[in-house]
Design a protein around this ligand. Structure first.
Ligand code: NAG
Ligand code: NAG
Ligand code: NAG
Ligand code: NAG
Ligand code: NAG
Ligand code: NAG
Ligand code: NAG
Ligand code: NAG
Ligand code: NAG
Ligand code: NAG
Ligand code: NAG
Length: 595
């Protein structure tokens, strides 16, 4: 069995039907894997305060999508929240298929009580990503989980097979839920300092009784001495940059967001909101006791850092006792210079293969002529029409009631404008639905200029981009002289330090309408977002998949929507198909009566 299917829980009473069927079909295409997700509230007290969190199949964090390059993934998402819901697949390129991106520019939200089935292929991708709810500030209440894309057997991985593979979510956390946090922002206030940092949905180990209250359940990572583990670490938080470290252990960086990196040891790594890294960690210590695993807020004073710190426990099977004493220190220099230098030290291993047998560096991005340049300026939030809003180039994005992609497909006029300015204009900030008219097969340079006082991370859907430069001050044409034109890492989320710029290059070869956003949830919620429309001028059905049959319609297209029936169907089973020979190799039917 190549993979484990969904851990399905009943979302309707009476009957639990869990069907696991694995079929090998000769000559079929790439394998299909099916998941059934019940998204509903569940309660948890990660910081000692009972609160409502968003669970997926009752789990918080949600289940890991453990899949392999080129698999077709079908996820039937049942929205059992009291609000519309969408999930997005951070880092998945969804080739030719922005229909499945799960953001408001491409999809109508799944109404409360409805379900919607995503279907996409993870074409030519490997690596560590995560999914999360993209609307209504839901991510602040959870709903996220890992996406692990394994290499196909024929593609070598540039390191030995680790003895274990673990996914770790770190993120700042508030004891207020997403509705309360939304209200704070809607009223024009700031969220203030988070109440803590969670590790896989759990609060800190009580390393100091005067700092961490009693009764909190912490995360434990169980390991065997001498073994090497791959840790996939994701910052799924709201807005805090975190320093991640493991007491007395080196972390060998091997992958970030789908690219194999030059392998280097770090004692700690700054992980910004939305970023993902894989480390190999060898359990090479004399386990006289357990060790601390720490994720602490960066660029804040000590008082705040004490509160905004997550602590998990690394437990060797032969450990003699629990971890004690002070936490290991983070970087001595608590400034953005140190952090920027660390970011610059992350390089692409251009000779490693990834999803395909050819080396990653065979796409020589440094030699390609740039066709479009956008300088995107972030200013601190400011009032627009009486509401506090964030902007890029003076525009605060407004989601239209009709998704852009559907408006484009059905020629609904007036939904959006293809006039996003290529630099900040000398005019007052405004609310608008203005997007970038991307050039299909063009090569775009985007410079993020951060004039605010906190680190921002930016993410582009549908693509991996090359991070070619970052520096303090204001970007000028001369800054191009400092670009890394050889081994800048290809990823999907980059940080931009305050008072600094980051430059990326991206090849616009994926047709669709793609979201470009701040990953910091508050900046995003307040308008720091836009889309890049990439249209193939040639009329062909080869560069984009058709509108999915099950598309939900809303806004100006609501009349196309049929009412959804909610009858429980026995066939809503978890099913896996893999290819190669005609063998039906497993059929398990489980029935059980609830209550
Ligand atoms: C994920 O899938 C890979 C390849 O199919 C398998 O080797 C691995 O054990 C799975 N990992 C987990 C945690 O299920
Ligand atoms: C909703 O789920 C049912 C099975 O429970 C499935 O048959 C149907 O296709 C799903 N609807 C959509 C719009 O995906
Ligand atoms: C880069 O990848 C190649 C090919 O897998 C591997 O042999 C080499 O050790 C890697 N280099 C570094 C510095 O990580
Ligand atoms: C616990 O934290 C308090 C407050 O920061 C500090 O004064 C004290 O020394 C710490 N205790 C230990 C055992 O480290
Ligand atoms: C990384 O550190 C480990 C010790 O923790 C060491 O064995 C290994 O050689 C180092 N690797 C590199 C590439 O520096
Ligand atoms: C482990 O213990 C042995 C014997 O006490 C010692 O020689 C060795 O240096 C220790 N290794 C580490 C990594 O602490
Ligand atoms: C730490 O920073 C917070 C927020 O910026 C501020 O309110 C607080 O006074 C600072 N504390 C110290 C000891 O500097
Ligand atoms: C922005 O577009 C204008 C034309 O609309 C052009 O003249 C200018 O060179 C462009 N700026 C950049 C940075 O590409
Ligand atoms: C968008 O760009 C294409 C060329 O890539 C051009 O033909 C089209 O006129 C542009 N549309 C707008 C509204 O600027
Ligand atoms: C923002 O821009 C102004 C004007 O160029 C400059 O004086 C200020 O230092 C900048 N602040 C940051 C944080 O970049
Ligand atoms: C694509 O277009 C061709 C010719 O117009 C047609 O024969 C073919 O069926 C279409 N394919 C799909 C998947 O729609």
């Amino acid at each position: 069995m190549a993979s484990s299917p969904s851990h399905r829980r009943p979302f309707l009473p009476h009957l639990l039907g869990s069907l696991l069927l694995a079929v090998d079909l000769a000559f079929a295409g790439d394998p299909y894997v099916y998941f059934d997700w019940d998204v509903s509230y569940t309660t948890s007290s990660p910081l000692g305060v009972k609160q409502q969190v968003v669970g997926v199949n009752g789990q918080f964090p949600g289940p890991i999508l453990n899949i392999t390059t080129n698999w077709n993934v079908i996820v039937n998402v049942h929205n059992n929240l009291d609000e519309p819901f969408l999930v997005t697949w951070d880092g998945l390129q969804l080739r030719k298929n922005s229909w499945e991106d799960g953001v408001l520019g491409t999809n109508c939200p799944i109404p409360s009580g409805w379900n919607w089935t995503y279907e996409f292929q993870v074409k030519d991708q490997i690596g560590s990503f995560f999914y999360f709810p993209s609307i209504n500030f839901h991510r602040a209440s959870g709903g996220y989980g890992g996406i692990t894309i394994n290499n196909r057997d024929v593609i070598p991985v540039p390191f030995g097979t680790p003895d274990g593979d673990m996914t770790i979510f770190i993120g700042d956390w508030y004891t207020k839920d997403h509705k309360e946090l939304r209200k704070i922002l809607d009223e024009g206030s700031e969220l203030g300092m988070p109440d803590g940092v969670l590790f896989n949905g759990l609060g800190p180990f009580r390393y100091n009784e005067s700092i961490v209250p009693g009764g909190i359940v912490h995360a434990t990572i169980n390991v065997e001495p001498g073994k090497t583990y791959r840790l996939r670490v994701h910052n799924v938080g709201i807005s805090t940059s975190l320093n991640f470290r493991i007491q007395n252990h080196n972390m060998l960086l091997v992958e970030t967001e789908g690219s194999y990196t030059v392998q280097q040891n770090y004692t700690s790594m700054d992980i910004h909101v939305g970023q993902s890294y894989s480390f190999l960690v060898t359990m090479d210590q004399n386990a006289s006791s357990d060790y601390y695993v720490v994720a602490s807020a960066r660029f804040v004073n000590e008082t705040i850092r004490k509160q905004v710190t997550g602590v998990a426990i690394l437990h060797y099977s032969n450990s003699q006792g629990s971890a004690s004493g002070p936490l290991p220190d983070g970087p001595i220099e608590d400034d953005t210079y140190f952090s920027m230098n660390q970011a610059r030290s992350i390089r692409w291993n251009v000779s490693a293969g990834a999803a395909r047998p050819n080396p990653q560096g065979s796409f020589r991005y440094g030699q390609i002529t740039v066709t479009d340049v956008y300088i995107l300026l972030n200013l601190p939030a400011e009032p627009i029409n009486g509401n506090l809003r964030t902007t890029l180039n003076g525009i605060s994005y407004i989601d239209p009631s009709t998704p852009l992609k559907l408006a484009q497909q059905f020629n609904v006029p007036g939904v959006y404008k293809l006039d996003f300015p290529n630099r900040s204009m000398n005019r007052p900030a405004k609310l608008d639905t203005s997007i970038i008219n991307g050039t299909y097969k063009g090569f775009m340079e985007i410079i993020f200029q951060n004039n605010a006082t906190t680190v921002q991370s930016y993410h582009l859907d549908g693509y991996a981009f090359f991070v070619v430069g970052m520096d303090f001050g204001i970007w000028t044409e001369n800054s191009r002289g400092t670009y890394n034109k050889w081994d800048g890492v290809a990823r999907c989320t980059t940080q931009v330090f305050p008072g600094a710029w980051t430059a990326i290059l991206v090849s616009l070869d994926n047709v669709g309408i793609w979201n470009l956003r701040a990953e910091n949830l508050d900046s995003w919620y307040l308008g720091q977002e836009l889309y890049v429309s990439v249209v193939n001028p040639e009329v062909t059905n080869k560069t984009e998949l058709p509108l999915p049959d099950n598309a939900i319609f809303c806004g100006a297209l609501s009349s196309l929507q049929k009412q959804q029936s909610h009858r429980f169907k026995y066939s809503e089973a978890s099913t896996i198909f893999t290819t190669s020979s005609v063998v039906v190799f497993g059929l398990i039917i489980m029935l059980s009566i609830l209550c």
